[in-house]
Design a protein around this ligand. Structure first.
Ligand code: NDP
Length: 297
């Protein structure tokens, strides 16, 4: 192996430490406690695990956590009424609606009902537009975490060739916007991209956000490139067990890349840390206080 490991777990722990420091300072100086509300509809076991873990970490950094668990048959009017209530609750600075929502609910409608200033997931159409036009936005947590790690590793990203594989609204597109904002030359690849291997071989930075286990082999990677693996795929590990792998074939890619994020322990832990960071940023903006350095871009 030649690549250095970008340790997302350590980055996330450091970021949570920074967040906790800012929360303590906000509380001491202004009597303000940032609050994060998470809304979960339905009984998807994985979503319940995520929400529990988000709630635990929210409290650990000194913030208020509000959890709203609604039954799977919750109707749109009830959900929208809850969001309206949270929009108007001064103790709530961040609102996150856990996705996916049950099929009978219109996710776009629900997300766009959140006050953009409290949209700590950065999915509201206003925040998407602000990010796309290079203005101050709430930035989606997963791409934000990737960018913070890339900046910490490289310093300036200006002029680098970046290839993002995957064009989803929650990862690929905002990731491409952020890299463009940092003056990379960005290619956004997807399932219809021709000669994907050749496209990826140009990249100084590869961000894989596809959802296909180990799809990117080492021989697609330019020697010395930095590889950020967003994918989380559960695969058979034999004897009735499973394990998590990324979208990149770690074993072959780590022999070629200059630096790489592992799965697990790479991008995943940074996502929740960035959610907490976004909540502090939203709280500071709501109270017209200076934003702490290093929590957003
Ligand atoms: P989506 O399914 O929404 O998007 C996948 C994208 O990959 C699409 O744009 C699709 O292209 C593209 N794609 C699919 N097959 C290929 C292919 N063969 N070649 C090139 N591109 C392809 O996924 P998400 O963006 O939501 O998530 C991507 C991965 O990241 C998943 O594994 C998910 O679990 C993980 N994830 C991890 C997070 C974390 O915290 N670490 C957070 C969020 C997601 P097209 O548009 O043409 O269909």
């Amino acid at each position: 192996m030649t690549a250095s490991i970008i340790d997302g777990k350590a980055f996330a722990a450091a970021l949570r430490g920074q967040v906790a420091g800012h929360v303590a300072a906000l509380t001491a100086a202004h009597g303000i406690v940032p609050g994060l509300a998470v809304v979960l509809v339905g009984d998807d076991p994985a979503s319940h695990v995520y929400v529990r873990s988000k709630g635990k970490m929210t409290v650990e950094v000194g913030m208020r956590s509000f959890e709203h668990r609604l039954p799977v048959d919750t109707d749109e009017a009830t959900l929208l009424a809850l969001i309206h209530q949270l929009n108007n609750d001064a103790q709530v600075h961040g609102i996150l609606v856990q996705l996916p929502l049950p099929d009978h609910l219109n996710a776009d409608l629900v997300i766009n009902a959140i006050d953009p200033a409290k949209d700590v997931d950065g999915f509201h159409i206003s925040n998407v537009g602000l990010l796309a036009t290079g203005q101050k936005a709430m930035v989606p947590c997963t791409p934000l975490g990737c960018l913070l790690m890339l900046r910490a590793h490289h310093g300036s990203l200006a002029g680098m060739e970046a290839v993002v594989i995957g064009r989803s609204n929650i990862v690929g597109k905002p990731m491409a916007q952020l890299l463009l904002g940092d003056s990379c030359t960005v290619t956004l690849a997807h399932s219809r991209t021709r000669n994907l291997a050749e496209v990826v071989r140009r990249a100084d930075i590869v961000v894989a956000a596809v959802g296909r286990a180990q799809m990117v082999p080492g021989d697609w990677i330019k020697p010395g490139a930095t590889v950020i693996d967003v994918g989380i795929n559960r695969v058979d590990a034999g004897e009735g067990k499973t394990r998590l792998v990324g979208d990149v074939d770690f074993d072959s890619a780590s022999g070629v890349a200059g630096a790489i994020t592992p799965v697990p322990g790479g991008v995943g832990p940074m996502t929740i840390a960035c959610l907490l960071a976004n909540t502090v940023t939203a709280c500071c903006r709501a109270n017209a206080l200076p934003e702490p350095e290093g929590l957003t871009v």
